[in-house]
Design a protein around this ligand. Structure first.
Ligand code: UD1
Length: 443
């Protein structure tokens, strides 16, 4: 395990203007979709996060030639050299999104061999919707231990019904269907902005695909697809995290590229807390001026356009010091409240029943050693660290690196005190635990 830590000190009034990076969740699937073409594609606005680097490793392992200019955030991928349809288990295990190559490999080669991506801390995360619908399209899928193989001499267009609008299943099935003759319909499809960016990419490739409101995706199979040039959408989750950083610390922030159109409910909740929000023309760009006395708000996560599960943990951190009580219901993942324990260590008053956390605002949080349990939990703990007295020392920072390209630099630029450090021992010793503080207060 890494002995690297993120050290966060109490910081006031994070303010300024920040440029966003491209959306990780959009770029990962777009990279997978390039397998459907044979030739040179160029992607712009590609974040240099660990998950993107893992997807590059995966594409190279399949035989693609990839060049990533991390300074310019530009990625060149030549898929004409792809010769394999099997992904090594050690690559699969790095990242759950690896499963998104299943649809394109099946469509291109009629074969795919993978290792199961496995469970993860936020829930078991099965892929039954992916598999049952590949089978419905005529694929023969075999799962043996940790391995999964699918074969289809010819996929068939079908009406595919998702019990739940799974983002990954919608994306995988769309990619399998674009080269399948006939009309495929995905009913109760996910329509997250990242899914719609993939639709745009597939259309650029020459696919006949359209979203029929409210949530059907209709695809008429074509014979071949062309390489593309595409600029990935900006990251609504990074935007949400930066807005919260300013809101929680009493600052003012301007995000000129923020996709406000994709953050409606989140921005509405920030306003309900008392923060002042201004949205730019065409729903692009957000300015936030923090209130000095935020009110607690309740919210429930759900598929888009519901409240994004990926902003649940950071938004919960914002409730810890707000006045009143907030009820937070997580409906997307069954086990996505692990950050609660870490926030409690910092002095937050939170109780959990099943998938619901009740947060009662407190006067102060305290810097203590905390552990990031997933990407978005790492963000929540950093944000809580900015409003906690003393020093917060966060371990488990590979989660942070997986999800964000240098978000710590942007937070520092806004005035936040945050740094990576190899050893945390001096900080941990000097750092107050809640129990320690209580004892001192009693003395
Ligand atoms: C994607 C995002 C993730 C986000 C999530 C929900 C990427 C790389 N990741 O994950 O950041 O939090 O959408 O917006 O884009 N489910 C099943 N069976 C399946 C598939 C899903 O039961 O076959 C369940 C999951 O366990 C979960 C729910 O459906 O409870 C939603 O999962 P899904 O939308 O598929 O999330 P991902 O695509 O994995």
């Amino acid at each position: 395990m890494s002995n690297e830590y993120i050290i966060v000190e109490q910081s006031f009034g994070l303010s300024g203007e920040v440029q966003l990076t491209g959306a990780k969740n959009a770029v990962l699937v777009i990279m997978a979709s390039l397998i459907l073409t044979s030739g040179k594609s160029k992607l712009k606005n590609v974040p240099a996060s660990r998950d993107v680097l893992h997807m590059i490793t995966l594409l190279k392992d399949l035989g693609a030639q990839v060049f990533f200019d991390q300074e310019k955030n530009e990625l060149d991928v030549d898929t004409s050299t792809i010769v394999h349809y099997n992904v090594a288990p050690e690559i699969m295990k790095q990242m759950r999104a690896s499963v998104l190559v299943m649809g394109p490999l099946l469509a291109r080669f009629g074969c795919v061999d993978l290792a199961l991506p496995g469970g993860c801390v936020i829930g078991t995360r099965p892929i039954n919707y992916h598999i049952s619908n590949f089978e419905k399209m005529g694929a023969h899928v075999q799962i043996t231990g940790e391995s999964i193989s699918a074969r289809a001499s010819k996929l068939e267009a079908k009406k595919l019904i998702l019990e739940y609008p799974s983002v990954g299943a919608t994306e995988n099935l769309m990619m399998a269907a674009v080269l399948t003759p006939g009309t495929t319909k995905i009913i109760n499809a996910a329509v997250e902005p990242e899914v719609l960016d993939l639709v745009k990419v597939l259309q650029k490739m020459g696919a006949d695909i359209e979203v029929v409101p409210p949530a059907t995706i209709q695809i008429k199979g074509v014979a071949t697809l062309q390489p593309i040039k595409h600029e990935v959408i900006f990251d609504r989750l990074e935007a949400g995290s930066l807005l919260l950083a300013a809101a929680m610390t009493g600052g003012e922030i301007h995000l000129p590229q923020a996709p406000a159109y994709a953050l409606d409910l989140f921005l509405f909740k920030l306003q309900e807390m008392g923060h002042k929000i201004e949205v730019g023309n065409d729903d692009i760009g957000v300015r936030l001026k923090a209130t000095k006395s935020p009110r607690a708000v309740s919210f429930k996560t759900g598929p888009y356009p519901g409240f994004p599960t990926d902003l649940q943990a950071p938004m919960m951190a914002a409730q810890c010091l707000a006045s009143g009580t907030s009820v937070v219901q997580e409906t997307v993942f069954e086990n996505r409240l692990l950050h609660v324990r870490e926030l409690q260590k910092m002095g937050a008053q939170i109780s959990v029943q099943h998938n619901t956390a009740t947060v009662t605002g407190v006067e102060e949080l305290y810097g203590v050693p905390v552990i990031a349990t997933d990407i978005r939990a790492s963000c929540a703990l950093v944000l809580a660290g900015f409003v906690a007295k003393g020093t917060t020392v966060m371990s488990g920072i590979h989660h942070w690196r997986r999800g964000y390209e240098a978000l710590e630099k942007k937070l520092a630029m806004l005035g936040g005190t945050i740094a990576f450090q190899q050893h945390a021992s001096s900080h941990i010793k000097g750092c107050d635990s809640v129990e320690g503080i209580k004892k001192r207060v009693q003395l």
